[in-house]
Design a protein around this ligand. Sequence first.
Ligand code: SAH
Length: 211
Amino acid sequence: MDKATQKAQLILALRKEGIRDARVLEAMETIPRELFVEPEFQSKAWDNSALPIQFGQTISQPFVVGAMSAALELKGHEIVLEIGTGSGYQTAILSKLARRVFTIERYKPLLRKAQERFEKLSLNNVVSKCADGGLGWPEQGPFDAIITTCACPMRPDVLLSQLKVGGILVAPVGASSVQELLRYRRREDGVFEEEALMDVRFVPLLPGVSG
Ligand code: SAH
């Protein structure tokens, strides 16, 4: 099967699985996932599955990327913070859906590779740094939307404090290998509404930086 057919099948599968946001589907059709996948997994680049990258990390399953992107309800004007750049694939999708994306990765070599990909695709609205994303990026906040692509052991209060009123944070929360994907909305009265979206499996959010 050629790449175009594999891609068309994946987009169809995402639609069938319930991803209806046309902008999300378009972004996933536009961003070449093969650029974010290691050489040995090229033939699987358009499969609906997570794949290993380096340092025991993974590029997320397209369905999960689509579901998390849609859950942020982006219209195009937003400033987004992402924790866990990894391969940079989710970042690249977000860059097509929002005005600017700030992304943080704790492994320097992973970040460097992701930065090369952003450059190659001329994703000029992505700003990235190597740091402990658990601390957020207060100098650039508050944010319209925050997404964590590593599992937070508990409610991510530090990140929630960097969310604008009306803003949405989507994160896997839980200390075991399966977590709940939670969506928080910051209300005007300061309360965070919490909604469980689905079960997911993410690598844990770790403290500090590495590499
Ligand atoms: N969205 C990525 C998924 C990467 S996996 C993709 O599409 O490829 C999760 C990433 O979170 C890993 O790269 C891991 O190193 C990173 N991570 C874990 N803890 C972190 C922290 N405290 N700060 C920043 N990144 C972190």
